[in-house]
Design a protein around this ligand. Structure first.
Ligand SMILES: [Mn+2]
Length: 322
C-alpha cells in the first residue's frame, strides 16, 4: 500500500469529477516535468476519457523532442476553462511562469493537485502529493498509475523512464534508490524505449554546446575552501552561438573534481539575470539551504537560484612571501 493512499484517493475523486483538466510543467522544462505531463495526459485521456490540455511556458529542449506526443504542448493558459489543474515537478507557482496563476488565483479555491518531489515545495495546491524521498516526479506518478490500475502503454513507459533517467542522472545521482531500479525494470517490461532515452537525453550534443562546455570547463576555479566556481556570460553564448539551455548537464562535470566540496556555475541568462546552479557530493553540505537564502531552492545535493544582475570579473593580486 502506498504511503500516499489517502492523497491518491482524493486525487482520483477530483479527476473523476472533472472534464477539462490542465496539466502544467515547470518553466525551463526537463525530462521529469515533461515525462510526468505526457504520461499523466495519456492516462487521463485513455483510461479516464478526459479532455486534457498540456502546457509549459517555455519550449521543450531539443533533447526531449523524441518523446512521443512532445508536440502537444501549448504555452498559453486560460485557467478558468478547466475544472482541475495538475502541476508536475514544480516546487512553487513561480516555477510555472504563468501570470494567471498567482497568489490571488490560489485563493480562488480552484482545485489544484500539486505533484512534486522537491523538499522546498511550497505546497501551493488544494491537494499536495509531495514526496521528497521520490527520485523524480514520474516515480510518484508510477505509483499513482498503479493505484488507479492505469494501462501503461509503451509510450507511457518511455515518458516515466525519461523522468527517472533525467533526475537520477542515469542512475548515478545519490537519489537513486532500490525503488528507482524496481520501477525502471517494470517500465522496461512495459516497453519503454531505453535506447532512445539514452541517445537523445545523454549522448546527443551540438558543436555549439560542446564549445560552450569548453568555456565552462576552462573558466573553472577551485578556491582554498574547496569551492569550485565557473561562469558563463552573455558574450560566451554569442561567441559560441549557443543558448543558456545548452548548459544543462555541464555542472555534473564541474562536480567531478574530487577536491571540491561544492560546485557553483554562474551564468547570465541573456535577460538580465544571473543563474546559479550548485552541486555537491558531500553529505554534510546542503546546497538547497544555500540557494534558498538567495531566493532559489532544490534538493540537498542539487539546487539553484536566479537573481537580477550580471557577472563582473574582479582580479585580485596578492604577494605570497617565500
Ligand atoms: Mn524532478
Amino acid at each position: 500500500m502506498s504511503k500516499f493512499q489517502k492523497e491518491f484517493e482524493k486525487a482520483l475523486k477530483l479527476i473523476e469529477k472533472s472534464n477539462n483538466i490542465l496539466i502544467i510543467s515547470h518553466k525551463n522544462p526537463d525530462g521529469d516535468t515533461i515525462g510526468s505531463n505526457l504520461s499523466l495526459r495519456k492516462v487521463l485521456i485513455c483510461d479516464f476519457g478526459k479532455n486534457v490540455t498540456s502546457v509549459c511556458a517555455d519550449p521543450l529542449p531539443k533533447s526531449l523532442l523524441f518523446l512521443p506526443d512532445s508536440n502537444v504542448f501549448e504555452n498559453k493558459i486560460d485557467p478558468n476553462k478547466h475544472d482541475l489543474i495538475i502541476t508536475v515537478d514544480a516546487s512553487s507557482v513561480d516555477q510555472l511562469k504563468f501570470a494567471e496563476i498567482d497568489e490571488k488565483f490560489l485563493k480562488s479555491g480552484k482545485a489544484i493537485i500539486n505533484i512534486d518531489h522537491h523538499p522546498t515545495n511550497k505546497k501551493f495546491g488544494t491537494l499536495n502529493i509531495v514526496d521528497e524521498n521520490a527520485s523524480c516526479a514520474t516515480e510518484i506518478l508510477y505509483y499513482f498509475f498503479e493505484f488507479v490500475k492505469a494501462t501503461i502503454v509503451p509510450s507511457t513507459a518511455t515518458h516515466l523512464l525519461a523522468g527517472l533517467y533525467n533526475d537520477t542522472g542515469s542512475f548515478m545521482h545519490s537519489n537513486t534508490s532500490s525503488s528507482s531500479y524496481k520501477i525502471a525494470s517494470k517500465l522496461l517490461e512495459a516497453g519503454a524505449a531505453l535506447p532512445r532515452i539514452v541517445k537523445h537525453m545523454f549522448k546527443t550534443q551540438s558543436i555549439e554546446q560542446l564549445r560552450l562546455w569548453g568555456k565552462v570547463l576552462s573558466n573553472a576555479r577551485l578556491n582554498k575552501k574547496g569551492t569550485l566556481v565557473s561562469k558563463i556570460t552573455n558574450d560566451d553564448f554569442y561567441e559560441t552561438n549557443s543558448t543558456p539551455r545548452d548548459l544543462m548537464g555541464v555542472i555534473n562535470y564541474l562536480n567531478s573534481v574530487s577536491r571540491s566540496n561544492l560546485s557553483i556555475l554562474l551564468s547570465e541568462d541573456m535577460e538580465g539575470h544571473v543563474k546559479g546552479s550548485m552541486r555537491t557530493s558531500k553529505n554534510d553540505v546542503n546546497v538547497a539551504s544555500l540557494c534558498e537564502k538567495l531566493g532559489g531552492g532544490g534538493h540537498k545535493k542539487a539546487a539553484g537560484f536566479t537573481i537580477p544582475g550580471k557577472i563582473v570579473t574582479e582580479e585580485v593580486w596578492r604577494i605570497e612571501e617565500e
